[in-house]
Design a protein around this ligand. Structure first.
Ligand code: SF4
Ligand code: FES
Length: 255
């Protein structure tokens, strides 16, 4: 099959006279269960400013070369977590990855994240991921009567779980974890991060319940401390550290 190609005239678009366009090849792992049971790599050549992002390249390909290319995205600014994918073998957000940072002189490999069933092209079934999230009860649990004023917290107490509040549920961590690849029953790093966010919140009273859930055979003890999750997190969350803190809380029952 001929490689679909998109040329741009000259080296710049109007208004960006000094913008150097390059021709880059995007090698995308395509899968459409209505056409074939097998996934196939397909090359697309486009002319693009290397300061643009992988998401911009995917848009160009979809809008100008092949409208059947399927991927998720929403905010385009690293907030919604919907465009996690493997880019040159590493889990990243397409909207946060600049083309110039991933060696555009070679074909840029784009594929779906691992460990979740691929539905089409770069779209995976996120249901097991969100089920694990729901299972750890990611909401404030309190006992007694409704307070008549805010639930106060010291800056030090807030600091204990500050890192894990940053999660955007992109699944980059969970889908980079070899334990999760081998056994999709494992809760996975993202669910543990979101349990951590409430276990260490001084206003919450559901910590014991969450710890018991994570003490399960598919819980925190499955973690092998490979640090893939920490490396993959686009929010810079110290995922492995959070998992270690939950393990420690399970042993000491202090949190
Ligand atoms: S911990 Fe990081 S990588 Fe994992 S789901 Fe949250 S934001 Fe994504
Ligand atoms: S599109 Fe929302 S995080 Fe990338």
């Amino acid at each position: 099959m001929a490689t679909p190609t998109l040329e741009k005239n000259g080296t710049a678009e109007a208004g960006f006279a000094d913008t150097p366009y390059i021709t880059a090849t995007f090698r995308i792992r395509r899968f459409n269960p209505e056409v074939s049971d097998e996934a196939q790599w397909q090359d697309f050549q486009i002319s693009i400013d290397p300061k643009e992002r992988v998401l911009d390249a995917l848009h160009k390909i979809k809008w100008e070369l092949d409208g059947t290319l399927t991927f998720r995205r929403s905010c385009a600014h690293g907030i919604c977590g919907s465009d996690a994918m493997r880019i040159n073998g590493k889990n990243r957000l397409a909207c946060k990855t600049l083309i110039k940072d991933i060696n555009p002189e070679k074909p840029i490999l784009i594929e779906a994240i691992k460990g979740l069933t691929v539905l089409k092209d770069l779209v995976v079934d996120m249901d097991p991921f969100f089920q694990a999230y729901r299972d750890v009860m990611p909401f404030l649990i309190t006992k007694g009567n409704e307070p008549t004023r805010e639930r106060l917290q010291s800056p030090e107490d807030r600091e204990r779980f500050d890192d894990t509040t940053k999660c955007i549920l992109c699944a980059a961590c969970t889908s980079s974890c070899p334990v999760f690849w081998n056994d999709g029953q494992y809760f996975g790093p993202a669910a543990i991060v979101n349990a951590h966010r409430f276990i260490f919140d001084s206003r919450d009273e559901g910590g014991e319940q969450r710890l018991e859930i994570l003490n399960d055979r598919d819980g925190v003890w499955r973690c092998r401390t490979t640090f893939n999750c920490t490396d993959a997190c686009p929010r810079g969350i110290e995922v492995t550290k959070a998992i270690q803190e939950v393990k420690r809380a399970l042993i000491t029952r202090r949190f």
